[in-house]
Design a protein. Structure first.
Length: 418
């Protein structure tokens, strides 16, 4: 990538606008582009790539720059991660900057402390070191510094995966079957898939392969009643509806009207008739209580730190803190406890996060089970084997970008005793 002078100047302004990170980086970037309507599609792509590249490598870049100004971060990024040489930068830099860039060109990442190489803040490093070796931390950090691939889910109500793969490849879109999800497709590059007729007709949806695996852990049947407890924009609920062949009934609950509104056009495209979105006030809403003990399958993808999604959301490293993790843990325990009340005897609950931390994952489940004798833990590897999915991470599902090329997902499957 070689930015033009205009793109360089706009990227500098974008970095200055976004780096305080008072909101999620993608939200701030969308607002920046709204405030700069003259930026064309190519300009936006280049600027977005630069901004997220700097966020992925910010710790190392700040080590290289005495003054961590947006301009210095941008120049260091172009030299160290985009491979631009000083001759290519002559139109952008002055003499003192040229000397500094020549100096930092010789600085290697391997010479830095582990936290800088992995691009993790110290508080996060300390948490990881409790259960990972230094080599594992470095491998995880390097994986999380790479942009995530674009994964699709085939809507099996309307199409088959082989058919979609053929159609995509006929359009010269490099597409391959995902290794674990039987209905997933991974694309090379980032084509504008949201404008493709396959997307507009509801035959494909954008969904990380790890997220798709959660649907297979829940494994809803056609005639069942299912709840997606923290549905968000409904990606998992849509998948569950397709797995149920649009039969039975799915409730998609969320506290955010805005997120559920984002589900409406997706639901219309999907062809599903069994999915019912409802806004709730909290996990103890009257709508929830009316369903206590009546639901066959409950998916609880709780609000979490999101630290398993750093490939997509590198800004979370600075926006999360040890204090925010503590607050999330209490919320996660409360939501799990409330959602468990929905499950009928013999029913299944899947608890999931996109966090890497045991305190949001295993520890929440162990604490819940120690105080709730109505539930037993199921073996996730066995459940996936029943679905003919060759993925064994033990009793719990633990997906890692370093090992599985997905986001960092955790899931536990619980069954209410009959």
């Amino acid at each position: 990538m070689r930015p033009t002078l205009t793109q360089f100047d706009m990227a500098t302004i974008a970095i200055r606008t976004i780096l305080p990170l008072k909101s999620p980086a993608d939200v701030l970037l969308r607002q920046f582009f709204r405030d700069h309507p003259a930026a064309g599609q190519n300009d936006r792509a280049v600027i977005a790539e630069i901004v997220f590249g700097i966020l992925r490598h910010r710790f190392f870049l700040e080590c290289l720059t005495e003054k961590t100004t947006p301009r210095a971060l941008l120049l260091a990024y172009l030299v160290k991660f985009e491979g631009m040489n000083l001759r290519e930068l002559t139109t952008f830099i002055n003499e003192s900057e040229a000397k500094w860039l020549a100096h930092i060109k010789a600085v290697t990442l391997a010479s830095q402390p582990l936290a800088i190489q992995a691009e993790f803040p110290q508080w996060f490093m300390e948490k990881l070191q409790k259960f990972l070796s230094d080599a594992e931390i470095l491998r995880l950090g390097q994986a999380l510094q790479q942009p995530a691939p674009l994964d699709l889910r085939v809507n099996t109500l309307l199409a088959k995966r082989d058919e979609i793969l053929t159609l995509l490849n006929q359009k010269s879109i490099d597409a391959h079957a995902t290794p674990y999800s039987p209905i997933g497709i991974r694309l090379t590059g980032k084509p504008a898939i949201n404008k493709d007729p396959l997307f507009l007709s509801g035959k494909i949806e954008v969904q990380d392969e790890g997220s798709q695996i959660l649907g297979y852990l829940l494994a809803p049947r056609r005639s069942e009643m299912v709840v997606d407890f923290c549905a968000g924009a409904g990606g998992k609920a849509l998948m569950l509806g397709a797995l149920m062949h649009s039969q039975g009934r799915i409730y998609a609950f969320d506290i955010s009207e805005k997120r559920l509104n984002n589900l409406k056009p997706r639901l219309k495209r999907s062809g599903l008739s069994n999915l019912h979105p409802h806004r709730i006030n909290n996990e103890n809403d009257a709508r929830i209580k009316r369903l206590y003990g009546k639901i066959d399958r409950v998916l609880v993808d709780v609000p979490c730190s999101g630290l398993g999604t750093l490939r997509r959301n590198p800004d979370l490293k600075w926006r999360q803190t040890p204090q925010s993790i503590e607050e999330l843990k209490h919320k996660q325990a409360d939501i799990l406890s409330s959602a468990a009340n929905l499950v009928k005897p013999g029913g299944r609950l899947v608890y999931a996060t996109c966090s890497l931390l045991p305190e949001e994952n295993q520890e929440i489940i162990e604490c819940f089970l120690s105080g709730n004798t109505l539930f037993t833990r199921l073996n996730c590897a066995n459940l996936l084997a029943q679905q003919k999915i060759p993925l064994d991470t033990g009793e719990y599902l633990q997906l890692s970008p370093a090992l599985h090329q997905t986001d960092g997902f955790f899931a536990a499957a619980l069954e209410r005793k009959k």
